[in-house]
Ligand binder design. Structure first.
Ligand code: NAD
Length: 483
């Protein structure tokens, strides 16, 4: 287990400073239920100081006015610095929030490093200023100007992925940033800010104010903020959108999901089940894009369900630091209880847990573990099929015709992700085109950092990654020139 020390300071205006109060929030190890360390619960006055610093750096400082190429030169060494601490980030995030270490090495640490390089590469080619001929013979100069002071508010489940996806494009675009990480995972955010220190960013360009939802609310409602880049629950996203609307503060919102894996009648049951073992249960099911509704053709349901049940039965539940572990503890007592409550709700609704169900996994005396659970006899209208559970719980729903499968996949308030499982890739692509979600995979699920990621419907607004992710941090300005 990674040793973690208390953090007592905030990063404001290029310095580590004492918060106005001694209020702090403990981080509890999900595997042992012991307190690991604490970090400040920043007060509205701390948020005010951080936003003022970011505002001043934006309005009066050099950073937004540098050519993009110079900003990229300042940021380039970050990629190497990040590579040097991949193992440290993996161990730290596993300790903070219980992500299985093998998953952390890949998705919590190597993936953000890869994203960082991808974004820096895309930014180098991005059309920051274009000249377009007009119909009357003149020219319009189309500029991408930085949107301003960005409030970056992030969740605990993939903390570095989300921090890099917001802070790096914002800095590339010339914005200044106030980062508020989730109270469950403040420590990796501190390490990230330490990596940024010494790069030569002017004071006030990056600020860190850890804390809970009230710290986030103080940030969102601060008049000095131009844009809120938020990832988290749909409920919090709705509240943030309504707080931002009166002032037309820009928002990008990456929210929840209830993604469907559509298994076509020509799919191989074993290959599909092996793929879903990862795509549905990754990060112990605490993944916004987890494939949590598996739609199977009724006339082959037994084959698919048997193959899936065999995979879920054999998922290794254990200590998050053990490389063999596939499902670790959930992040918090609250999250564990929430998932257990959905197991009861499912049973009361008439669904049948054919694998897992309530109770602790064998051998887990301590820690917020739940058993990987597969529900059969699920109707798409049930709460367990409509609400985001955010744990290792998957519903199997059967369908009669392909049109029914498409309708079931789309009968959701969410629209984040999905997948199609088939032996015919073109057929899979055609089905994917009928699904109202932002990303899909054929015979797998995975996000690509060079392509847009985000949600339809209640899964959010805007996109991250790729050139589209850079454009979330710009305002377009068109300047007309006469012939
Ligand atoms: P959460 O909404 O409880 O909290 C997210 C962040 O927002 C935290 O930093 C929290 O302190 C802060 N916050 C909460 N309420 C706020 C408010 N009213 N105003 C300002 N800040 C507020 O979410 P969580 O439990 O940390 O994360 C899990 C959720 O995140 C899931 O719903 C998951 O689907 C979603 N998520 C989405 C994506 C995506 O890209 N779409 C990625 C990861 C996680």
């Amino acid at each position: 287990m990674e040793q973690i020390e208390d953090r007592c300071e905030l990063y404001v205006d290029g310095r580590w400073v004492e918060p106005v109060s001694s209020a702090s929030l403990p981080v509890v190890d999900p595997a042992t239920e012991m307190i690991l360390a604490a970090a400040p619960d920043a007060h509205a006055a701390d948020v005010d100081a951080a936003v003022r610093a970011a505002r001043s750096a934006f309005d009066n400082g050099d950073w937004p006015r540098l050519p993009v190429s110079e900003r990229l030169e300042v940021l380039a060494p970050l990629a190497e610095r990040y590579d040097d601490v991949i193992d440290e980030f993996a161990a730290l995030i596993t300790t903070e929030m219980g992500s299985p270490i093998t998953f952390s090495q890949m998705a919590q640490a190597a993936a953000p490093a890869h994203m960082l390089r991808t974004l820096l590469g895309i930014a180098d080619e991005h059309p920051w200023e274009e000249r377009r001929p007009t119909s009357f013979g003149g020219t319009t100069v189309v500029r991408r100007l930085p949107v301003g002071v960005v409030a970056a508010i992030t969740p605990w489940n993939v903390p570095q992925v989300v921090i890099v996806a917001k802070v790096v494009p914002a800095l590339i675009a010339g914005c200044t940033v106030v980062l508020k990480p989730a109270p469950e995972t403040p420590f990796d955010a501190y390490r990230f800010v330490e990596l940024l220190e010494g790069l030569g960013l002017p004071d006030g360009v990056v600020n860190l104010v850890p804390g809970g939802p009230d710290t986030g609310r103080a940030l969102v409602s601060h008049p000095g903020v131009d844009k809120v880049a938020f990832t988290g629950s749909t409920g919090a996203g709705r509240e943030i959108a309504s707080m931002c609307a009166p002032r037309f503060v820009r928002t990008s919102l990456e929210l929840g999901g209830k993604s469907a894996a559509i298994v076509l009648d020509d799919a191989d049951p074993v290959r599909t089940a092996v793929g879903l073992r990862f795509a549905s249960f990754l990060n112990s099911g605490q993944a916004c894009a987890a494939q949590t509704r598996v739609l199977v053709p009724r006339d082959r349901r037994t084959e698919f369900i048997d193959a899936l049940a065999a995979e879920v039965e054999s998922i290794v539940v254990g200590e998050p630091s053990d490389p063999a572990t596939e499902v670790g503890p959930l992040v918090s007592l609250r999250q564990r209880d929430r998932v257990l409550s959905y197991l009861s709700i499912g049973a009361a609704e008439g669904a049948r847990a054919i694998v897992g169900g309530p109770g602790r996994p064998d051998g887990a005396e301590r820690g917020w573990y739940v058993r990987p659970t597969l529900f059969d006899s699920v109707d798409n209208g049930m709460r367990i099929a409509q609400e985001e559970i955010f744990g290792p719980v998957v519903c199997v729903i059967d369908y009669e015709t392909l049109d029914d499968a498409v309708a079931l996949a789309n009968e959701s308030v969410f629209g984040l992700a999905g997948s199609v499982w088939t032996s015919d890739r073109d057929r899979g692509l055609a089905v994917a085109g009928r699904i109202r979600t932002g990303t899909l995979g054929i015979n797998h699920y995975g996000a690509d950092f060079a392509s847009p990621f985000g949600g339809f419907k209640a899964s959010g607004l805007g996109r991250e990654y790729g050139p589209e992710g850079l454009d979330e941090f710009v305002e377009f300005q068109s300047v007309g020139l006469l012939p």
